[in-house]
Design a protein around this ligand. Structure first.
Ligand SMILES: Nc1ncnc2c1ncn2[C@@H]1O[C@H](COP(=O)(O)OP(=O)(O)OP(=O)(O)O)[C@@H](O)[C@H]1O
Ligand SMILES: Nc1ncnc2c1ncn2[C@@H]1O[C@H](COP(=O)(O)OP(=O)(O)OP(=O)(O)O)[C@@H](O)[C@H]1O
Ligand SMILES: [Mg+2]
Ligand SMILES: [Mg+2]
Lengths: 256, 256
């Protein structure tokens, strides 16, 4: 029974895509089957696996707006056991195009239903906004991972995100849970990082992942080779931390 | 005659808000009059000046959606010669609410017209998306500053952004120009940074600002005190670089 996890935060540049790609790769390299859904018009999760959606006939855009079957958009990723549903630039129009469609918030949920059980995990990379693409992801998901950078603005946006999660729980997806809050780009030498991490643990307590992702330049180099960091440099700090995160996610799933 | 400059890039976390706040402060500290317009629902530019929009009766939301006069939303900033039009969380609904409104792309242009000449510069901080809030900013602006982080994903999103700028030039604002591309969070020790900076200069040539903003932790500490870095730590590398940027912007304006 596939677990669907959305990776969301409307604050930009906090490591959503980096987490989707590398958590996905770590789970796949441990033998789980993974589907990575790129629902960000920027298409960074697609290109992080060397997949270019713009040239593809069926992408997440055709599935959400054109009601194509999700199956038709699936592409094999460069990592075994991992498939990708790519995004494309044309997805940028979806927010406006979906506005007046009936049941616009459940398009993703419905299109995912026929195929979700083929995978152990479905990860959905979200754009940096709380618009219809992110709402669709939260409606389709069992749980949500919230990456936060250890910076001041990161804490500011959390109330808005939690409000959006609560609205989805009350109106669209009663069972949506918070899988965890993930501290990213952590630099232990910086006071600001330690302060923000402390406040996040006060605010969220046990829902903050034990695993903390350090700032590690290999993570930002890997996408230019179209590979997850676990393939680009398997023994760097970035790879170690995403493997640890994968173990934590699997353990949470098994403890239910 | 006020120059209106939008600060836009749909890629998240590239330094849009940090540039809006600190370029604004640097211009004001050199005696120019500045209006900072926060059109991001996250409200980071507002809180970077210690202004909380949520409790305010009139914010950018009431101006864009409720057709209130811009004048009613203006708040004095903590820096002399600098006023702020704050955002509020409720702005997150504006993208959907504006979709079916007549002339939805020119709401900001029209509300800015009565007051723009009171300021030498109007800076508009944009959210990380190419939706109606950013389109409104590009339609109201004389020029746009494009901050880019020296990372791989930064180059990927540029074509999408340039397409959006071209569409606005062709349909809504013929005179919109690119004020410049600003390299941010530059760390000269990293190969990736040097590579991306080189590619940006190839792609944009003379339109890349001479000034490069270094990665500097003081820039990320300042917002937690509700102050621009030029007030928080006037002699750090971050302050120096934003003062240099202000001089470059003023020089460009005077050379026309
Ligand atoms: N732990 C890390 N250490 C160093 N660099 C990182 C780390 N995580 C992410 N990055 C880099 O920081 C930038 C932002 O990360 P990423 O694109 O994953 O964030 P995002 O939240 O998906 O952004 P957006 O809001 O635009 O979708 C990228 O250039 C990425 O390569
Ligand atoms: N030159 C810099 N050196 C170090 N930190 C920086 C620098 N510029 C910005 N930051 C920090 O990086 C983070 C992202 O910057 P900022 O919020 O300005 O980007 P943004 O493009 O406005 O993000 P969003 O897309 O969410 O609106 C912030 O926490 C900020 O304090
Ligand atoms: Mg992303
Ligand atoms: Mg911002």
């Amino acid at each position: 029974m596939g677990r669907v996890i959305a990776i969301a935060n409307q604050k930009g540049g906090v490591g959503k895509t980096t987490t989707a790609i590398n958590l996905g790769a770590a789970l796949a390299m441990e033998g789980r089957t993974v589907l990575l859904l790129d629902s960000d018009p920027q298409g960074n999760a697609s290109s992080g696996f060397g997949v270019q959606g713009d040239g593809q006939a069926t992408t997440i855009y055709e599935v959400l707006v054109g009601e194509q079957p999700m199956e038709a958009a699936i592409v094999r990723g460069t990592v075994e056991h991992l498939d990708v549903v790519p995004s494309a630039q044309r997805l940028v129009g979806a927010e406006i195009e979906l506005t007046s469609v009936i049941a616009r918030e459940t398009r993703l949920l419905k299109s995912l239903a026929p195929i979700r059980d083929r995978y152990d995990y479905v990860l959905i990379d979200c754009p940096p906004s709380l618009g219809l693409l992110t709402i669709n992801a939260l409606t389709a998901a069992d749980s949500v991972i919230i990456p936060i950078q250890c910076e001041y603005y990161a804490l500011e946006g959390l109330t808005q995100l939690l409000n959006a999660v609560r609205l989805v729980q009350q109106n669209l997806n009663r069972d949506l849970r918070i899988e965890g809050v993930l501290l990213t780009m952590y630099d232990s030498r910086l006071n600001l990082c330690q302060q923000v991490a402390g406040e996040a643990r006060n605010f969220f307590s046990h829902r903050v992942f034990q695993t903390v992702i350090p700032r590690n330049v290999r993570l930002s180099e890997a996408p230019s080779f179209g590979k997850p960091v676990l393939v680009y440099d398997p023994h760097c700090a970035g790879s170690e931390s995403y493997r640890a995160l994968a173990r934590e996610v699997v353990q949470n799933a098994e403890e239910g």
